[in-house]
Ligand binder design. Structure first.
Ligand code: ZN
Length: 269
């Protein structure tokens, strides 16, 4: 029981403590569409719809699960990951085996990062994986600090619009779940993004006519893209979003880079 309490306390601390804060310096509001895990329908339907709108998305992939049949979907095939990258979509990282980062030691976390990146490089060539999403949205403070040093940004499932001073260790999101009948709140959400000159990051999983409870229909994705287009808001990948807010992705690959990166963000934010 004490262990469970400690676990909840650590998770709450990790969610509340802003550990990689920067001030956004974007000229205009931004919207991103992100996909977690990634079901093959997010490739077959999601990426196709984004392409139709001339937009690109960010797909957070757990490379160790590619091609597997999960409870709600089949995970994207290795060749589909390569095709996504070739079509200009951003490949982001989950953990290699989709393990919850709360269950990992620092060493275990490093192994998951390395295996995922090696596999994604095998599939996509010399690719830089710059952005991460926490599997299940779960995090702990030690793993958050570790991941935010390695990746330019980490995205959770805490809801809200990114605006003003934000935490690159835990970017906020809004779910894009359900059917087109659920699209009503989107307009006011997008009004808020414009008013706050913010960055709205949608996230979903499968994109199917009969989606899971954490997916959406093709029609809902199209409706969201149409609204964004009508408002003249730019759709960006997460990597592009970091450039627009004046925080171009910089990957720390050595201990010296880590120090430099942290010093820079402390000085300039
Ligand atoms: Zn996931």
């Amino acid at each position: 029981m004490l262990r469970g309490f400690r676990h909840r306390l650590l998770r709450a601390a990790a969610g509340r403590l802003r550990s990689k804060t920067v001030r956004m310096r974007n000229d205009a509001p931004l919207v991103s569409f992100t996909f977690d895990d990634v079901p093959d329908s997010a490739y077959l339907n999601g990426a196709r719809i984004l392409d139709d709108f001339g937009s690109r998305g960010t797909f957070y992939i757990a490379a160790g699960t590619c091609g597997k049949q999960e409870q709600h979907w089949r995970v994207i095939l290795p060749e589909q990951v390569a095709a996504l990258h070739a079509r200009g979509h951003e490949i982001g990282a989950h953990t290699f085996s989709h393990v919850n980062v709360q269950l990992l030691s620092a060493r275990g976390m490093r192994a998951e990062i390395r295996k995922n990146e090696e596999r994604l490089r095998q599939l996509c060539g010399d690719i830089r994986i710059e952005n991460f999403a926490y599997p299940f949205g779960d995090l702990s403070l030690p793993r958050k600090l570790q991941l935010q040093r390695h990746y330019a940004s980490c995205r959770g499932i805490y809801e809200g619009i990114n605006a003003g001073r934000i935490d690159l260790g835990l970017l906020k999101v809004e779910p894009l779940y359900g059917r087109v009948a659920d699209a009503d709140p989107l307009a006011s959400l997008l009004d808020n993004v414009v008013r706050q000159n913010g960055w709205l990051i949608f996230y979903t999983h499968d994109v199917a006519e009969a989606p899971s409870h954490i997916g959406c229909t093709p029609a809902l994705l199209e409706a969201a893209l149409r609204l964004v287009q009508e408002l003249g808001i730019e759709v960006v990948t997460v990597g592009e979003g970091l450039k627009r807010i004046g925080r171009a992705p910089k990957i720390a690959s050595t201990a010296a880079d880590f120090d430099c990166l942290e010093a820079n963000s402390a000085i300039s934010s």
